[in-house]
Every structure is written in structure tokens, then in C-alpha cells.
Design a protein around this ligand. Structure first.
Ligand code: SF4
Ligand code: SF4
Length: 90
């Protein structure tokens, strides 16, 4: 997304959130935390999710669309952060 204008980026994030709410929004790590934010793979860590209780990201279509290779973006950071940190790939 780095070559996008600010408006294009905002639209792309909104599309990711639409998909994300049926994955992150339903995942055991997310439910019950009070979190309302989404798209952690693009935006980075959650302020509310602290415990890793299962992650549905590997089955989310955004994973393929954005060539993501990690999981637990809510606790470990966005794709580019995990890439930079050298986190093990899924
Ligand atoms: S990043 Fe993974 S663990 Fe975190 S809320 Fe989304 S699906 Fe759940
Ligand atoms: S890969 Fe994970 S964080 Fe990203 S949109 Fe899909 S479910 Fe949400």
C-alpha cells in the first residue's frame, strides 16, 4: 500500500476491515476484550488484546491478497513490523 494516496489508503483499509470483522471479529483472542478496531495486519497492534487464544488470520482472504506470512497481528504487530522483526513465517 506504500504507493497509495492517503485517500486510496483509507479506502483500502475500510475494505480490509469489512473482511476482517468476520475473522478477527469472531476470533477467541478478540472476543470479550472490548476491542472494536480491526485490520491489525495493516494498522498494527491492538491496545486491548493481550492474550493469544487462537488466530483466524491464516484463513482470511486478506492474507493472500497482501502476501501476509504471519499471524497474531493484534499482539505482534502489522505485517511489515513482523517482517522487519524477522518473526517466523507461518
Ligand atoms: S490478528 Fe489473529 S488473533 Fe488477533 S484478533 Fe485477528 S484473528 Fe484474532
Ligand atoms: S489477515 Fe487477520 S488482521 Fe488482517 S484482515 Fe484478515 S483477519 Fe484481519
Amino acid at each position: 500500500m506504500k504507493d497509495m494516496s492517503e485517500e486510496e489508503r483509507t479506502q483500502a483499509i475500510e475494505k480490509i476491515k469489512e473482511v476482517c470483522k468476520t475473522f478477527c471479529g469472531e476470533c477467541p483472542s478478540y472476543k470479550g476484550t472490548g476491542e472494536t478496531e480491526l485490520a491489525f495486519c495493516a494498522l498494527g497492534k491492538s491496545n486491548a488484546i493481550k492474550e493469544e487464544k487462537g488466530c483466524l488470520c491464516p484463513s482470511c482472504p486478506i492474507t493472500g491478497q497482501m502476501s501476509l506470512r504471519w499471524n497474531y497481528y493484534c499482539t505482534r504487530g502489522a505485517g511489515k513490523e513482523q517482517s522487519a522483526a524477522g518473526n517466523a513465517e507461518k
